[in-house]
Design a binder for this molecule. Structure first.
Ligand code: ZN
Length: 346
Protein backbone atom coordinates (compact mmCIF):
# COMPACT_ATOMS: atom_id res chain seq x y z
CA UNK A 1 0.00 0.00 0.00
CA UNK A 2 2.81 2.41 0.88
CA UNK A 3 2.63 5.81 2.55
CA UNK A 4 2.78 6.95 6.12
CA UNK A 5 0.53 6.45 9.14
CA UNK A 6 0.16 7.70 12.70
CA UNK A 7 1.35 5.30 15.39
CA UNK A 8 1.99 5.34 19.13
CA UNK A 9 5.59 4.25 19.39
CA UNK A 10 7.42 3.04 22.48
CA UNK A 11 10.30 5.21 21.39
CA UNK A 12 12.85 4.79 24.17
CA UNK A 13 13.90 2.73 27.19
CA UNK A 14 12.07 4.89 29.70
CA UNK A 15 8.66 6.26 30.74
CA UNK A 16 5.99 7.10 28.16
CA UNK A 17 5.51 6.81 24.41
CA UNK A 18 5.41 9.09 21.37
CA UNK A 19 3.02 9.71 18.49
CA UNK A 20 5.04 9.36 15.29
CA UNK A 21 4.52 9.20 11.54
CA UNK A 22 5.85 5.83 10.38
CA UNK A 23 5.71 3.68 7.22
CA UNK A 24 2.47 1.71 6.68
CA UNK A 25 3.58 -1.92 7.12
CA UNK A 26 4.07 -4.19 4.09
CA UNK A 27 2.42 -7.63 4.13
CA UNK A 28 3.71 -11.00 2.98
CA UNK A 29 1.62 -13.71 1.29
CA UNK A 30 0.24 -15.09 4.59
CA UNK A 31 -0.57 -11.71 6.09
CA UNK A 32 -3.38 -9.18 6.11
CA UNK A 33 -3.29 -5.39 6.39
CA UNK A 34 -5.99 -4.06 8.69
CA UNK A 35 -7.23 -0.49 9.11
CA UNK A 36 -7.55 -0.18 12.88
CA UNK A 37 -10.97 1.19 13.95
CA UNK A 38 -10.67 0.77 17.72
CA UNK A 39 -7.83 -0.31 19.98
CA UNK A 40 -8.09 -0.71 23.73
CA UNK A 41 -5.38 -0.22 26.34
CA UNK A 42 -4.40 -3.34 28.28
CA UNK A 43 -2.60 -3.58 31.64
CA UNK A 44 0.34 -4.98 29.69
CA UNK A 45 0.49 -1.76 27.65
CA UNK A 46 0.58 0.20 30.91
CA UNK A 47 3.56 -1.87 32.08
CA UNK A 48 5.33 -1.05 28.81
CA UNK A 49 4.34 2.63 29.03
CA UNK A 50 5.66 2.90 32.60
CA UNK A 51 8.77 0.90 31.63
CA UNK A 52 8.68 -1.34 34.70
CA UNK A 53 11.00 -4.25 35.45
CA UNK A 54 9.01 -6.72 33.39
CA UNK A 55 8.93 -4.55 30.26
CA UNK A 56 12.64 -3.75 30.60
CA UNK A 57 13.36 -7.47 30.45
CA UNK A 58 10.97 -8.21 27.58
CA UNK A 59 10.41 -5.45 25.00
CA UNK A 60 12.85 -3.77 22.63
CA UNK A 61 12.10 -0.13 21.72
CA UNK A 62 11.59 1.50 19.35
CA UNK A 63 8.45 -0.32 18.20
CA UNK A 64 4.66 0.13 17.99
CA UNK A 65 2.89 -1.45 20.96
CA UNK A 66 -0.79 -2.33 21.59
CA UNK A 67 -2.55 -5.63 20.88
CA UNK A 68 -6.30 -5.33 21.52
CA UNK A 69 -8.18 -4.04 18.49
CA UNK A 70 -10.81 -4.37 15.84
CA UNK A 71 -10.59 -3.12 12.29
CA UNK A 72 -11.31 -3.63 8.64
CA UNK A 73 -9.31 -5.79 6.23
CA UNK A 74 -7.94 -3.52 3.49
CA UNK A 75 -5.34 -5.76 1.84
CA UNK A 76 -4.54 -9.47 1.91
CA UNK A 77 -1.67 -11.69 0.81
CA UNK A 78 -2.02 -14.22 -2.07
CA UNK A 79 -2.32 -17.21 0.24
CA UNK A 80 -4.96 -15.74 2.57
CA UNK A 81 -8.34 -17.48 2.28
CA UNK A 82 -10.02 -17.00 5.67
CA UNK A 83 -10.96 -13.31 5.34
CA UNK A 84 -12.06 -10.93 2.58
CA UNK A 85 -11.41 -7.24 1.98
CA UNK A 86 -13.94 -5.27 4.06
CA UNK A 87 -14.36 -7.90 6.79
CA UNK A 88 -14.40 -6.68 10.38
CA UNK A 89 -11.75 -8.56 12.34
CA UNK A 90 -10.01 -8.77 15.69
CA UNK A 91 -7.02 -10.97 16.43
CA UNK A 92 -5.77 -13.59 18.81
CA UNK A 93 -2.64 -11.95 20.14
CA UNK A 94 -0.59 -15.10 20.65
CA UNK A 95 1.37 -15.99 17.54
CA UNK A 96 2.05 -19.70 18.02
CA UNK A 97 4.49 -22.06 16.30
CA UNK A 98 2.04 -24.80 15.26
CA UNK A 99 4.81 -27.39 15.68
CA UNK A 100 5.47 -27.93 19.38
CA UNK A 101 3.85 -30.74 21.37
CA UNK A 102 1.28 -28.33 22.83
CA UNK A 103 0.26 -26.89 19.46
CA UNK A 104 0.03 -30.36 17.94
CA UNK A 105 -2.26 -31.58 20.70
CA UNK A 106 -4.86 -28.81 20.51
CA UNK A 107 -3.38 -26.64 23.26
CA UNK A 108 -1.88 -23.83 21.23
CA UNK A 109 -2.62 -21.31 24.00
CA UNK A 110 0.32 -22.80 25.90
CA UNK A 111 2.63 -23.03 22.88
CA UNK A 112 6.26 -23.23 23.95
CA UNK A 113 7.27 -20.60 21.40
CA UNK A 114 4.50 -18.01 21.82
CA UNK A 115 5.16 -14.51 20.53
CA UNK A 116 2.78 -11.76 21.61
CA UNK A 117 1.57 -9.09 19.20
CA UNK A 118 2.55 -5.63 20.41
CA UNK A 119 5.04 -7.11 22.89
CA UNK A 120 7.37 -9.20 20.74
CA UNK A 121 6.12 -7.87 17.36
CA UNK A 122 4.73 -4.61 15.96
CA UNK A 123 1.37 -3.76 17.54
CA UNK A 124 -1.89 -2.00 16.75
CA UNK A 125 -1.70 1.46 18.37
CA UNK A 126 -1.64 2.76 14.81
CA UNK A 127 -3.81 3.48 11.81
CA UNK A 128 -2.84 0.14 10.24
CA UNK A 129 -1.50 -3.18 11.46
CA UNK A 130 -0.14 -6.16 9.47
CA UNK A 131 -0.88 -9.58 10.98
CA UNK A 132 -0.67 -13.29 10.12
CA UNK A 133 -4.06 -14.36 8.75
CA UNK A 134 -4.01 -17.40 11.08
CA UNK A 135 -4.49 -15.03 14.04
CA UNK A 136 -7.60 -13.29 12.74
CA UNK A 137 -11.07 -13.63 14.23
CA UNK A 138 -13.97 -12.47 12.07
CA UNK A 139 -16.50 -10.22 13.82
CA UNK A 140 -20.21 -10.00 13.07
CA UNK A 141 -20.78 -6.94 10.83
CA UNK A 142 -23.12 -5.34 13.37
CA UNK A 143 -20.74 -5.62 16.34
CA UNK A 144 -19.55 -2.08 17.22
CA UNK A 145 -15.79 -1.68 16.75
CA UNK A 146 -15.13 -0.60 20.35
CA UNK A 147 -16.91 -3.68 21.74
CA UNK A 148 -15.11 -5.90 19.23
CA UNK A 149 -11.77 -4.51 20.40
CA UNK A 150 -12.24 -5.78 23.97
CA UNK A 151 -12.94 -9.39 23.00
CA UNK A 152 -9.32 -10.38 23.53
CA UNK A 153 -9.22 -9.49 27.27
CA UNK A 154 -12.74 -10.84 27.62
CA UNK A 155 -11.35 -14.11 26.28
CA UNK A 156 -9.05 -14.16 29.32
CA UNK A 157 -12.06 -13.66 31.60
CA UNK A 158 -14.02 -16.44 29.89
CA UNK A 159 -11.01 -18.79 29.96
CA UNK A 160 -10.49 -18.15 33.70
CA UNK A 161 -14.09 -18.38 34.87
CA UNK A 162 -15.09 -21.34 32.69
CA UNK A 163 -12.05 -23.50 33.50
CA UNK A 164 -14.25 -25.42 35.93
CA UNK A 165 -17.88 -25.67 37.08
CA UNK A 166 -19.68 -22.40 37.77
CA UNK A 167 -23.41 -23.09 37.76
CA UNK A 168 -24.85 -22.86 41.26
CA UNK A 169 -21.43 -22.05 42.73
CA UNK A 170 -20.22 -19.14 44.81
CA UNK A 171 -17.53 -17.33 42.86
CA UNK A 172 -15.11 -14.69 44.17
CA UNK A 173 -13.45 -12.38 41.67
CA UNK A 174 -10.37 -10.85 43.30
CA UNK A 175 -9.17 -7.76 41.43
CA UNK A 176 -11.77 -5.81 39.46
CA UNK A 177 -9.81 -4.21 36.67
CA UNK A 178 -11.48 -4.56 33.27
CA UNK A 179 -10.87 -8.34 33.07
CA UNK A 180 -12.21 -8.78 36.60
CA UNK A 181 -15.34 -6.81 35.65
CA UNK A 182 -15.76 -9.02 32.60
CA UNK A 183 -15.24 -12.13 34.76
CA UNK A 184 -18.12 -10.98 36.96
CA UNK A 185 -20.36 -10.84 33.88
CA UNK A 186 -19.20 -14.25 32.70
CA UNK A 187 -19.74 -15.90 36.10
CA UNK A 188 -23.20 -14.38 36.28
CA UNK A 189 -24.09 -15.50 32.73
CA UNK A 190 -22.77 -18.99 33.53
CA UNK A 191 -25.24 -19.37 36.40
CA UNK A 192 -23.15 -18.65 39.50
CA UNK A 193 -25.31 -18.43 42.63
CA UNK A 194 -23.23 -15.63 44.16
CA UNK A 195 -20.56 -13.47 42.54
CA UNK A 196 -18.44 -11.65 45.11
CA UNK A 197 -16.22 -8.90 43.67
CA UNK A 198 -13.22 -7.72 45.68
CA UNK A 199 -10.98 -4.71 45.01
CA UNK A 200 -9.61 -1.56 46.66
CA UNK A 201 -11.14 0.88 44.17
CA UNK A 202 -14.79 1.92 44.59
CA UNK A 203 -15.08 3.14 40.99
CA UNK A 204 -14.17 -0.30 39.70
CA UNK A 205 -16.26 -2.10 42.32
CA UNK A 206 -19.30 -0.12 41.22
CA UNK A 207 -18.70 -1.23 37.64
CA UNK A 208 -18.39 -4.82 38.90
CA UNK A 209 -21.78 -4.35 40.54
CA UNK A 210 -23.20 -3.09 37.27
CA UNK A 211 -21.83 -6.26 35.64
CA UNK A 212 -23.83 -8.39 38.07
CA UNK A 213 -21.79 -8.82 41.25
CA UNK A 214 -24.13 -9.88 44.07
CA UNK A 215 -21.81 -8.34 46.66
CA UNK A 216 -18.85 -5.98 46.35
CA UNK A 217 -16.11 -5.77 48.98
CA UNK A 218 -13.62 -2.93 49.31
CA UNK A 219 -10.76 -4.60 51.22
CA UNK A 220 -9.70 -1.23 52.61
CA UNK A 221 -13.05 -0.90 54.34
CA UNK A 222 -14.10 -4.47 55.13
CA UNK A 223 -12.23 -7.69 55.87
CA UNK A 224 -12.97 -9.88 52.82
CA UNK A 225 -12.44 -13.11 54.78
CA UNK A 226 -15.04 -12.12 57.37
CA UNK A 227 -17.56 -10.98 54.76
CA UNK A 228 -17.09 -14.17 52.70
CA UNK A 229 -17.48 -16.30 55.81
CA UNK A 230 -20.75 -14.54 56.56
CA UNK A 231 -22.04 -14.71 52.96
CA UNK A 232 -21.29 -18.43 52.65
CA UNK A 233 -22.47 -19.52 56.08
CA UNK A 234 -18.89 -20.35 57.04
CA UNK A 235 -18.32 -22.63 54.05
CA UNK A 236 -16.10 -20.41 51.90
CA UNK A 237 -16.35 -19.84 48.16
CA UNK A 238 -16.28 -22.64 45.57
CA UNK A 239 -14.28 -20.73 42.98
CA UNK A 240 -11.69 -17.97 43.23
CA UNK A 241 -10.61 -16.08 40.12
CA UNK A 242 -7.38 -14.30 41.06
CA UNK A 243 -6.92 -11.19 38.95
CA UNK A 244 -5.16 -8.81 41.34
CA UNK A 245 -1.61 -10.15 41.41
CA UNK A 246 -1.27 -8.78 44.93
CA UNK A 247 0.28 -11.24 47.41
CA UNK A 248 -2.09 -10.30 50.26
CA UNK A 249 -5.19 -10.52 48.06
CA UNK A 250 -3.94 -13.78 46.58
CA UNK A 251 -3.58 -15.28 50.05
CA UNK A 252 -7.08 -14.11 50.89
CA UNK A 253 -8.17 -16.17 47.88
CA UNK A 254 -6.45 -19.31 49.15
CA UNK A 255 -7.97 -18.79 52.59
CA UNK A 256 -11.53 -18.11 51.43
CA UNK A 257 -11.78 -21.04 49.01
CA UNK A 258 -13.66 -24.02 50.43
CA UNK A 259 -12.28 -27.57 50.63
CA UNK A 260 -12.27 -29.12 47.17
CA UNK A 261 -12.67 -25.71 45.53
CA UNK A 262 -10.76 -24.12 42.69
CA UNK A 263 -8.37 -21.18 42.49
CA UNK A 264 -7.77 -20.02 38.91
CA UNK A 265 -4.97 -17.49 38.62
CA UNK A 266 -4.81 -15.11 35.66
CA UNK A 267 -2.84 -12.34 37.40
CA UNK A 268 0.91 -11.89 37.08
CA UNK A 269 2.46 -11.07 40.47
CA UNK A 270 5.72 -9.15 40.00
CA UNK A 271 7.59 -11.31 42.52
CA UNK A 272 7.30 -14.89 43.88
CA UNK A 273 4.34 -15.15 46.28
CA UNK A 274 4.43 -17.09 49.56
CA UNK A 275 1.44 -19.40 50.03
CA UNK A 276 0.66 -21.86 52.85
CA UNK A 277 0.69 -24.94 50.61
CA UNK A 278 0.14 -27.39 53.48
CA UNK A 279 -2.96 -25.83 54.97
CA UNK A 280 -4.47 -23.88 52.09
CA UNK A 281 -3.83 -26.20 49.16
CA UNK A 282 -3.01 -29.79 50.20
CA UNK A 283 -5.23 -30.33 53.23
CA UNK A 284 -8.06 -28.46 51.52
CA UNK A 285 -7.72 -30.63 48.43
CA UNK A 286 -8.19 -27.68 46.12
CA UNK A 287 -7.31 -27.30 42.45
CA UNK A 288 -4.98 -24.46 41.50
CA UNK A 289 -4.84 -23.44 37.85
CA UNK A 290 -2.59 -21.06 35.97
CA UNK A 291 -4.53 -19.42 33.16
CA UNK A 292 -2.71 -18.00 30.17
CA UNK A 293 -4.20 -16.48 27.06
CA UNK A 294 -7.33 -17.76 25.42
CA UNK A 295 -8.12 -21.24 24.11
CA UNK A 296 -7.73 -21.00 20.36
CA UNK A 297 -10.30 -20.47 19.29
CA UNK A 298 -12.79 -21.86 21.77
CA UNK A 299 -12.54 -18.80 24.07
CA UNK A 300 -13.12 -16.49 21.09
CA UNK A 301 -16.22 -18.42 20.08
CA UNK A 302 -17.58 -18.16 23.63
CA UNK A 303 -16.85 -14.42 23.89
CA UNK A 304 -18.39 -13.63 20.53
CA UNK A 305 -21.52 -15.63 21.33
CA UNK A 306 -21.91 -14.18 24.83
CA UNK A 307 -21.71 -10.62 23.48
CA UNK A 308 -23.74 -11.23 20.34
CA UNK A 309 -26.57 -13.00 22.20
CA UNK A 310 -26.77 -10.25 24.82
CA UNK A 311 -25.96 -12.72 27.62
CA UNK A 312 -23.31 -10.24 28.69
CA UNK A 313 -23.66 -6.50 28.24
CA UNK A 314 -20.09 -5.27 27.88
CA UNK A 315 -21.14 -1.62 27.41
CA UNK A 316 -20.56 -0.54 31.06
CA UNK A 317 -16.95 -1.79 30.87
CA UNK A 318 -15.91 0.71 28.19
CA UNK A 319 -15.79 3.97 30.13
CA UNK A 320 -13.63 6.19 27.91
CA UNK A 321 -13.02 6.84 24.21
CA UNK A 322 -10.10 8.93 22.92
CA UNK A 323 -8.47 9.60 19.58
CA UNK A 324 -5.09 7.97 18.96
CA UNK A 325 -3.46 11.40 19.42
CA UNK A 326 -4.91 11.58 22.95
CA UNK A 327 -3.21 8.34 24.03
CA UNK A 328 -1.51 10.05 27.00
CA UNK A 329 -4.91 10.87 28.55
CA UNK A 330 -5.84 7.22 28.21
CA UNK A 331 -2.66 6.00 29.89
CA UNK A 332 -2.95 8.55 32.70
CA UNK A 333 -6.46 7.27 33.42
CA UNK A 334 -5.35 3.64 33.36
CA UNK A 335 -2.50 4.39 35.76
CA UNK A 336 -4.82 6.25 38.12
CA UNK A 337 -7.36 3.37 37.95
CA UNK A 338 -10.64 5.31 37.84
CA UNK A 339 -11.75 3.76 34.55
CA UNK A 340 -12.90 0.58 32.95
CA UNK A 341 -11.67 -0.10 29.46
CA UNK A 342 -10.13 2.84 27.60
CA UNK A 343 -10.53 2.71 23.81
CA UNK A 344 -8.44 4.70 21.32
CA UNK A 345 -9.96 5.39 17.92
CA UNK A 346 -7.40 6.08 15.17
ZN1 ZN B 1 3.73 -24.20 19.56
Amino acid sequence: MGGKMKAVVKHHQGYGAQLQMVEIPQINEDEVLIKVKATSICGTDVHIYKWDEWSQSRVKPPYIFGHEFSGEVVQKGNKVTNVEIGDSVSAETHIVCGKCQQCLTGRAHICKHTKIIGVDTQGCFAEYVALPSANLWKNPKEMPFDIASIQEPMGNAVHTVLSGEVIGKTVAIIGCGPIGMMAVGVAKAAGAAQVIAIDLNDYRLNLAKEMGATRIINSNKENPLEVVEFLTGGNGVDVVCEMSGHPVAMNHGFKMVTNGGRVSILSLPLRPVEVDVTNNIVFKGITVQGITGRKMFESWQQVSALIHSGQINTRPIITHHFSLEEFEKGFDLMIEGNCGKVVLQP
